[in-house]
Write a protein of this length. Structure first.
Length: 122
């Protein structure tokens, strides 16, 4: 009886996840999404760009110098890829400039920085 309940809970969680996934689109706002959902939105955006470039997954994967076509296919389907492979994907799309903007200090952080030579927090 306990395993039947567990199976029902697992199925319910899977159904909820699939419903959420189907409600996502490439314009979904990151502020309201989970980490997994953000990864899926990025994958949707990548898929759209690849299709706009009129490229097959296998051709794109080869051009991006990914280890296998499955690496890119998994990214588009599940939103999972290593960070190094994500960089390769961004490079192949010609979008490295977007990564260059990530994690730079804001203007207010630069202005309010107490010690510019400090390398770590004590």
């Amino acid at each position: 009886m306990g395993s039947n309940l567990l199976e029902k809970l697992q199925q319910s969680a899977k159904t909820t996840k699939n419903i959420k996934k189907h409600n996502l689109n490439e314009n979904s706002n990151f502020n309201t999404l989970t980490n997994e959902e953000i990864a899926l939105v990025l994958a949707l955006r990548a898929k759209k760009l690849r299709i706009l470039d009129n490229k097959k997954q296998t051709d794109f994967s080869k051009e991006a110098e990914l280890s296998s076509p499955t690496t890119y296919s998994n990214f588009e389907q599940k939103g999972t890829v290593s960070f190094l492979n994500f960089i390769k994907i961004m490079r192949n799309f010609g979008r490295l400039h977007e990564l260059d903007l990530l994690l730079k200090p804001t203007i207010s952080q630069e202005i309010n920085k107490p010690n510019k030579d400090k390398k770590r927090v004590s």
